[in-house]
Each structure stands twice: as C-alpha cells, then as structure tokens.
Design a protein around this ligand. Structure first.
Ligand SMILES: [Zn+2]
Length: 311
C-alpha cells in the first residue's frame, strides 16, 4: 500500500498542477468509491492539497473538501494545460486515460495561476494565457479499495480516518498534523507488548508507515521485527526513530516506491523500489553482513529481515 512518501509525492504533484482549477463536474462511474454529494463541489476552486498519514485532502474555496484514501491501488492522475511536456507514463496506469479502471473523473477548468513556480523548470504552461482550459483529474483503482468522501471542510476531523490517525514522523511540512517526536515514540513503544513491526504500521498509533518502510527501518536499526515493543532499550528506540526518519526521507527523495500500482500525479513511477534495504529481498544477501534475508509472516504481512544482524 502506498505510504507516507508515496502519498506525499502525489500531494506535491496535485499542489503543483491542481491548485487554481475549478471543478466543472464529476463523472462517477463506480458509485461505491464516492460518498457525499458531488453537487457540493461543483463550481468550487481548488485552494489547497493536504496530506494526513496516507490520506489526502483537496480543499475548495466553497468550504467543501474532497478527502481521498487511495488504499492499495488507487491512482490520481492529472491531465491538462499545466502539464509539463515530457511525461513518462507508467504501464501501471493501463495505457490510455480514462480506461476501464477509471472510476471517477473530475472535470476541471484551469484558471490563470501564478506563473513563477514554472519558470525555473522551463515548463510551458497554457495558464499563461488568460483563457480557462479543460483539465481532468482521473481516479483509477484496480482493486477498488480506495474511497473519496465529499465533506464540509470544517467536518473533516469528524471522519474516523482523520480523527483516529496517530502522530506522524516529521519528515515533511504538514500543517495540522501532530508530529511524532522521539519522546512520543518512546512513550508509544514502551507502553505496548505487541511486536514492534505491526506497531509501526498501526495508523492509530503512528500515521504514515506501512509495510515497506517498516521493514526497511527495522533493518536499518538492526532490530528483529518480531521483538516485543516493550523490550526495546532507550538506545534501540532512538536508533529506530532515526531509521524511520531516514528511510522515509529516502522514499521521499526517490518519489515513492512503484510497487503494485503506485504512480505520481502525472502517471509516472517512483524509484524507491531500487533502494529497498530488505523489503522484497527474500533469499538475497544482506547488504550489511552478507547473511541471507528471510521472509516470515508477522501480523498477517510479509516481513523481511536478516536473522544474523537484526536482533
Ligand atoms: Zn545482516
């Protein structure tokens, strides 16, 4: 499932391309994906895009917001005049847009927006004309586990996903998100008798970490994923905390891992999958000690570790 770095990558793309666009209409092809009344967002202009854990929020100027969770295989792909010229469209998108996995289409009008941000990257932007132009945001989802909720902006916090979300590792600028400090992390780890890896992935305890980065952080910290959280020493907790920040930052730098269906807001792949420390490396040599990476199932999820150097 896309995690903090993947969803942040989508957020940054949507911030760049979507802000200033007005929603003309919404074509809902698979009703179960969307909750709320799409009429409430028609005519609204996108003023902000935010991320909370693995969730996204698109804020409009009419006091409504669109909350989105892409879950396992959701994609949000922008097409319009703001688009930079060369897009390396991933095969994971399914060839053309829209396609049979496109369940919701937001029809947009681009508005003349600030031009300054595009100058450096030599992007030719049609928004430099004063005329509004058609643009689209496609929501694709092969497995159909994702959701889109239309809600009054003031009531976002009432949605259980946002209400129950734990503090998140401070690796991005996220306004309104409780940062997971080392002190807070210690408190959470010390108080629980569960295995450390499922704890890292429990969104109600800590927001944003999923299977890939939990595996890699534990490898980096040389901690066995099955260790009881309570059994970790202060030094181990500190090391793990720093490893979490480290792997998430590498994930952000690489613009996410394109496992399954993850692509950015243009439909391009990330490259963290080329930098996995331990995730997905069953039977291969440990990058640290040359031991052999083992795979077990822990908390129902594939768990990769080096029995030789993760204790
Ligand atoms: Zn090893």
């Amino acid at each position: 499932m896309p995690e903090l770095p993947e969803v942040e990558t989508i957020k940054l793309g949507l911030q760049k391309y979507l802000i200033g666009h007005r929603i003309e209409g919404v074509d809902v092809r698979l009703p179960k994906i969307v909750q709320g009344n799409v009429k409430d967002i028609e005519g609204g202009k996108v003023i902000a895009v935010r991320r909370f854990g693995k969730g996204l929020v698109i804020d409009l100027d009419n006091d409504y917001s669109i909350a989105i969770h892409i879950k396992l295989t959701g994609q949000l792909i922008y097409r319009g005049p703001n688009l930079r010229q060369k897009v390396k469209l991933s095969k994971k998108v399914g060839g053309s847009l829209p396609n049979k996995w496109t369940h919701v289409i937001f029809k947009l009008k681009s508005q003349p927006v600030r031009q300054a941000q595009d100058k450096k990257t030599k992007v030719k932007s049609a928004t430099q004309n004063s005329k509004a132009t058609d643009a689209y945001l496609y929501y694709n989802d092969i497995r159909q586990f994702g959701w889109i909720r239309i809600v009054e902006s003031s009531k976002l916090k009432d949605l259980s996903f946002f209400r129950d979300l734990g503090p998140e590792p401070p690796v991005t600028m996220s306004i309104g998100v409780q940062p997971l400090t080392l002190e807070l992390f210690k408190k959470i780890v010390n108080s629980l008798n569960t295995a450390i890896k499922p704890l890292l992935m429990d969104q109600k305890r800590i927001g944003g970490i999923g299977n890939i980065y939990a595996n890699d952080a534990l490898f980096d910290a040389e901690i066995d994923p099955g260790r009881k959280a309570k059994s970790l020493s202060d030094a181990e907790i500190k090391k793990l905390y720093n490893s979490i920040l480290k792997v998430l930052k590498i994930g952000l730098r690489e613009e996410g891992a394109s496992e399954l269906s993850f692509v950015n807001a243009l439909g391009e792949e990330g490259s963290y999958q080329n930098h996995f420390l331990v995730y997905g490396r069953e039977g291969q040599k440990c990058k640290r000690c040359n031991g052999i990476i083992k795979k077990i199932i822990l908390g129902g999820r594939g768990t990769y570790f080096c029995p030789n150097c993760q204790k």
